[in-house]
Write a protein of this length. Sequence first.
Length: 315
Amino acid sequence: MSFLDKIGFTKLKEGLTKTKEDLFGKINRLVNARKKIDDDFINELEEIFLSSDLGYDTVETILNNIKERAKTDKYETDAELNGLIRDEIMKIFAVSTSAFKSFDFGLKKKPFVIMVVGVNGVGKTTSIGKLAYNFKKAGKSVLIGSADTFRAAANEQLEIWAKRAGVDIIQNPGTGDPASVAYDTVKAAVSRNTDVVIVDTAGRLHNKSHLMEELKKIKRVMQKVIADTPDEIFIVIDATTGQNGLNQVKEFSGALGGVTGIILTKLDGTAKGGIVVKINNEMKIPVRFIGVGEQIDDLQVFDSGDFVDALFGEK
Ligand code: GDP
Ligand code: GDP
Ligand code: MG
């Protein structure tokens, strides 16, 4: 069993209630009303998908595949039609989430260093608390680095999350030198033989180039301790921000020479859960985790199968 498999899927269904009611409520009504695949069916399905933030290219691919299959096979019952749609959404995911399956924090390296980036308010600090909690629960030792030294409150907030998760934190409030905190964190993790390091960073954007330089410096300085660190750079994106989220991925990824994964938060607060599919497919960067609430156990390892099953109410 991989390390990530041990992290449970408790609240996925609840967290996706809005998307489920909206997207799949509409699909069910469409299937009920139309009963067969004709132009009206396809047009209405297109509208439903687009309104859920699936993204134009993804929607066209799904619809073309559905039309293609409808040429050779009959889809007549509600179950057959629903099954066909579900199938094609699954296929779209399969393209870009396969790498996720082999992802394993446990074996790759020690300490395994994760740098977390993203703009203000998306849920970085909260997600770090949730990640730390889950890693600890899976039997790993965790050290959090408080490299958002810009606001004193940011440090206090991270400290509260570290306490909740029951893990240690390295901080140096008042330094104004986030790279130094990151350096100390990785150094401490090496000497304590810690399994996982998670480094929080600032996200203020009023001076973008300064923020990007600061993040680059954090990365560079951690590499003075371990040459090929960090192992992951996760960008946190708020699911309710739509296209903006995609632009953020581009910005941070460009500055940092790539990000390795996405933590998509606040899916519980939106009916536009289709953004997961869009981000996966357009950015070719896997969504690793999804946030489905504000509590410590409201973070899910993202699995496309579970996601689609939760939406279709099959689990
Ligand atoms: P940061 O500025 O990126 O560090 O963001 P924070 O971690 O401080 O989070 C900003 C706000 O978003 C807080 O009020 C969090 O409780 C909230 N938040 C974070 N993740 C989620 C989530 O998955 N669902 C919901 N509903 N709220 C979230
Ligand atoms: P340079 O700026 O690339 O020449 O490298 P420096 O050795 O001056 O270090 C740059 C940054 O790395 C500093 O601002 C610190 O943030 C961090 N750093 C380097 N060495 C240490 C150290 O021994 N302790 C701490 N806390 N930070 C360090
Ligand atoms: Mg924060």
